[in-house]
Design a protein around this ligand. Sequence first.
Ligand code: FAD
Length: 392
Amino acid sequence: GKPRVVVVGGGAGGATAARYIAKDSKGKIDVTLIEPTRMYYTCFFSNLYLGGFKEIDDLGHSYGGLAAGGVNVVHDWATGVDRDAKTVALAGGGSVPYDKLILSPGIDFVDGAVEGWDLSAQNAMPHAYKGGSQTELLKAQLMAMPEGGTFAMVAPPNPYRCPPGPYERVSMVAHYLKVNNPTAKIIVADPKAKFSKQALFQEGWANHYEGMVDWIGEDFGGGNVSVDPNAMTVTIDGEETSVDVCNVIPAMKAGRIAELAGVTDGNWAPVHAADMSSKADGDIYVLGDAASQGDMPKSGFSANSQAKVCANAVRGALTGSKVFPAKFSNTCWSLIDTNDGVKVGATYEATEEKIAKVDGFISATGESADLRRATYEESEGWYAGITADMFG
Ligand code: FAD
């Protein structure tokens, strides 16, 4: 019969890989995608939803386009991988055989990363670092804040998905509060001494939201933090504060199925840069946030870029089609306030050792309003283009 590819996880990496293999193999490969949710809500642009620039429906993408493109979409959880039998077990029972298995399960949280918080506290203190209901919950809590209230964020340690994500979120929360609750305050407890696009964000916070954002970095005890979800308090370096909203973004690791498949080493799954194949098993590939690959940040753009390299390599391995040298790219845009967009990005190539950065760029402080608006408009085009590339 035809060679079989199974993809676990229909997000940025998995949807792209499934779509490209089905499309480019023109029916020569059987592609099955395993994904529990019927609608994928992007984390990218979810901060713009918090700020009031997007509706939740703008972020949702169905799997109908993939099905129409020839992908067999199975809505279920993968619960295990039998690497000898080459099968993936499903929560609903039964199993799916594969010749090549692609894992793109995104992230899970490291247990005990923030003292006082675990998954059972995610309703009182949402992470909103997976898309959909968590994002909506955080927005509802933001809107329900009392006048002059306090919004706290516990930021994650490196490495984590979307390096500028927490700081774009601070910006969008500040935008919402400036309009709706201008005497409110934001405090950020951060275990890092510095963060992505820091100069750009701090310039923007000073320009647009003067006095509203208090960022407490590692040097000031920002990593020495505990929370109490019942009392709604945050304790930073011994000082307890009552807060109205607490967005806890814990330390991250590869989605659990990568660990169950036995392809992780520590928190992440090491891969070969040339084709994204696991260093533990040549018939398993790991894409996106879950992979330990080298220099690329964990982003939707990166996952999409890695998925295309992987799809090309998997087709080549199964059907003998031409395999092109691996090239990758990424750009992370962030919105600081209305029409004030900034970006950071790079191109990459595969070396023996890792995905290695070739060339990069970053927005500068003090740029003109016109340039910032053009950067924001570029991000709108990017979102439309990349979600079409992922979901058809
Ligand atoms: P995901 O997209 O998370 O997909 C994983 C999928 O796997 C999910 O659909 C999940 O349901 C499924 N899954 C997990 N386990 C199983 C299992 N056992 N069985 C079956 N299915 C499973 N990136 C950008 O490029 N630009 C941005 O502007 C940007 N902004 C962001 C803002 C925020 C607030 C956040 C949180 C992230 C942002 N990102 C951004 C990062 C981006 O969302 C992720 O890097 C990207 O989604 C990673 O893709 P992935 O395929 O690894 O995982």
